[in-house]
Every structure is written in C-alpha cells, then in structure tokens.
Design a protein around this ligand. Structure first.
Ligand SMILES: Nc1ncnc2c1ncn2[C@@H]1O[C@H](COP(=O)(O)OP(=O)(O)OP(=O)(O)O)[C@@H](O)[C@H]1O
Ligand SMILES: [Mg+2]
Length: 384
C-alpha cells in the first residue's frame, strides 16, 4: 500500500509496476479498480495512457482497447489490463469471475468495507510464473478507516506500506504546487502535503466516515436545485466569509454540487449567487436573514427581479439546526461532488459552541433543510 500526499506519483508508480508485470508475464491478466467507474474514466485511464507513453516508448501503439475502453490488451503478448469501478455491480461480478496476476485498487480510502478488498484479492490466482500482487494507493484518511489498522498497525507477513510525499518528487510537479498545498487548512495540509492519517475531532458533528460515505454516488436523476447563502455582514479582512452552497435532489437523496464561499461585499456575492443560480438551473436562492442579512432580497431583486429568494431566519441554535442534516449523512443519503475539500474540512472540524461560526456549513445546512427537511418548493415564494 502506497500512501502519501497529493501528486506524489503513487498512481504513476503502481501503474508502472502493473504494466511491467503485464509485459513480463505473457498472457497474464491484471485489474485496476476504483470505487466509482466515472472516476476510473476521468482519472485512471488518462494517467495510465500518460504513464505508458512516457515510460514505455512505442508500447501504446501495441495496445488494443475494447469498445467500452475498460479492457486493454497488449498485442505482442496477449496480456490484459482491465479497468473497473466497484459501483458497477454487473461488471464487478463479471470481473470477479476471472483470475488475476495483479490487482490494483486506486484511492482505497474511498472503500468503506475492507471485505470488498479481501473479496477482490481472493481472485489473485491466475497461474503465472511469479508472485501475485495486490497494490493499493491513497491519500491517507482518518485513523478509524480500515486501511490504518490493516497496513500500519497489524503486522501481517507479506503486507507492507510505504509513504511518499509531493516534496519527495517535486521535480515532477509545477513550482507553485507545493506552495498551494502549504496554504491549505490544517487537516487538509496534514493529508495532502504530509501524507498523515488524521484523527476525528472530538465533538465534531461529522466524522471522516460520514464524509467518505458521500463518495459512493447516488442513483437517480437530479431534481430541484437551490443556492443557499449565509451572508457575512461586513467585508473587510477580519470579517467572516459568505457561505455559498449549491445542492439538489438526486433520486431518493441529495447532492451537494458546489461550494463557492467567498469573502466579498454584498453586491459581489449577490452576483456570484445569481451566476450559480443560472449555471445550475436552480429554482430559488435560500438566504439567511439574521444579522443584517435582510438586505439580500433587495440586493438580488435590484439585479434580477424575477429570481425567487426564500428568506430563512435562524430561530434555533446552529447545532440544533445541523443535527437532522447530520442524520441524512449518517443514512448515506447525501452525495458530494468532487472538489468540496474546504467544506468537508469545516464539517469535520466544527465543534458546536467551541469553534468559530462555520460559514460553509451554515449555508450547507440551509440548502439541505430547504431541499430535504422542509420539502417546500420555492414556487409559492415569488419576488414581491
Ligand atoms: N516518474 C515520473 N515521470 C514523469 N512524471 C511523473 C512521474 N511520476 C509522476 N509523474 C507526474 O506527476 C503527477 C502526479 O502523479 P500521480 O498522479 O501518480 O500522483 P498521485 O500521488 O497518485 O496523486 P493523487 O494523490 O492526486 O492521487 C502526474 O502529472 C504524473 O504524470
Ligand atoms: Mg493517484
């Protein structure tokens, strides 16, 4: 298991081993898996192609891919490298019917159940002249994730882990990249720069596990969409940020689509909120009106009079308001789009009554209350 910070060449190195084995072991079969097939297509395929072209000149022309793109055959020796997502039940069953020389599980922090890994590794039994190998890689999650016990605490012969960080391979990365990782909030920096497993924060409402549960992907169509604003009342360098979250219904659950939280004056964040409203085809803007936020309707109305604004007023404490939303996460009813790291960081580190006001979380809570808990479409609340 290769773990460490982001961009530390974990995937590149493991793919290099998979391809080397495929070349050396004639007629061998290897499989590369990730939780979601969508992510296999968007990240693993391009990485594999790039690695292949850069490390094995001429090999790419010798590779034949099938129609779906999930099976790559090396024409010169008939070895096969397959790619799949664990969320694609039909294909997984087909894959598990076969026997392999190598299994590679990419981003294994996304896998909640260790048994899935055990089941897949039981297929490491193709008759080959060499060792069978299971490779995993990931940015380390919380210590409560199964991978910490499996690879760092338990000492099982034949199982080992290595850590590699972006700083170790900086020659492969743009100069500005490490500086950007250094500027991340503390827990993200631990994970993505230093490659450290983190601990859940005592008293925080959301755990690592709940956040990882949002990666599984819900089935069903996208439905009603809202943009939620938790406005900061001042816009100087010490003021809070204005939380701006977009979420929608999806099948029987809900999906958080975008976090555009920013520090800006009301006329700027109002324009950003309207931009999100049109970009995502939202049907209303939900806005908290406490602490001077009652100007939202006026500001948005001056720019776009036809946009519906639903004003919400906080009558209960943030904690009380957040709890039913946390319950939706516990039940696995929420999906997160990619790129919500700062929101997730705030969710896992906010301790009610202890840490400062969490603007992103506040906006998230308003969005999900409107979509999931009030179940009140905005249609009746027009701009007056
Ligand atoms: N040996 C190499 N030669 C050239 N480029 C490389 C090499 N290893 C990695 N890279 C490049 O460095 C970048 C990061 O590599 P890679 O995606 O493998 O990192 P990672 O650790 O898997 O990142 P993440 O944590 O985001 O999954 C990629 O653009 C990759 O092409
Ligand atoms: Mg990777």
């Amino acid at each position: 298991m290769l773990f460490g910070g982001a961009g530390s060449s974990k995937t590149w190195k493991i793919l290099y081993h998979v391809f080397t084995r495929a070349l050396l072991l004639e007629g061998s079969r290897h499989i590369c898996l990730r939780q979601r097939f969508e992510h296999v297509k968007s990240t693993l395929w391009p990485s594999a192609k790039e690695m292949c072209q850069s490390a094995f000149p001429g090999l790419w022309d010798q590779i034949e891919t099938n129609k779906s793109g999930g099976a790559w055959t090396i024409k010169v020796n008939d070895s096969e490298i397959l790619f799949g997502g664990l969320d694609d039940k039909e294909r997984v069953e087909k894959h598990l019917g076969a026997e392999y020389a190598t299994v590679y599980i990419n981003e294994c922090s996304e896998i909640q159940d260790e048994n899935a890994v055990n089941l897949i590794s039981s297929r490491l039994r193709q008759k080959i002249d060499g060792r069978h190998l299971l490779f995993c890689d990931m940015n380390p999650p919380a210590k409560s994730h199964w991978s910490y016990k499996r690879y760092l605490e338990d000492k099982v012969p034949g199982r080992t882990s290595f850590k590699i960080n972006p700083i170790d391979v900086r020659e492969n990365l743009p100069n500005s990249y490490i500086a950007r990782l250094e500027a991340l909030p503390e827990r993200m920096r631990q994970r993505f720069l230093y490659g450290e497993f983190t601990s859940d924060i005592e008293g925080a409402l959301w755990s690592w596990e709940m956040i990882e549960g949002t990666r599984a992907g819900l089935s069903g169509e996208d439905g009603r969409t809202v943009v939620a604003i938790d406005p900061a009342t001042t816009a100087n360098k010490d003021s809070d940020e204005t939380g701006l979250i977009v979420a929608c219904q999806k099948g029987n659950g809900w999906k958080v689509l975008e976090d555009a939280t920013l520090k800006a004056s009301p006329d700027v964040w109002a324009k950003v909120a309207l931009g999100l409203y049109y970009k995502h085809g939202a049907d209303c803007i939900v806005a908290e009106t406490n602490q001077g936020g009652d100007m939202i309707k006026t500001i948005i109305g001056q720019i776009e009079p036809m946009v519906r604004v639903e004003e919400v007023r906080a009558t209960k404490g943030k904690h009380v308001r957040a709890e039913p939303v946390v319950a939706l996460y516990e039940q696995g009813l929420i999906e997160h789009a990619q790129g919500l790291g700062e929101l997730e960081e705030q969710m896992m580190s906010w301790v009610p009554n202890v840490s400062p006001s969490p603007d992103r979380v506040d906006a998230l809570v308003w969005a999900l209350h409107n979509l999931a808990l009030n179940n009140k479409p905005c249609l009746s609340i027009g701009w007056a």
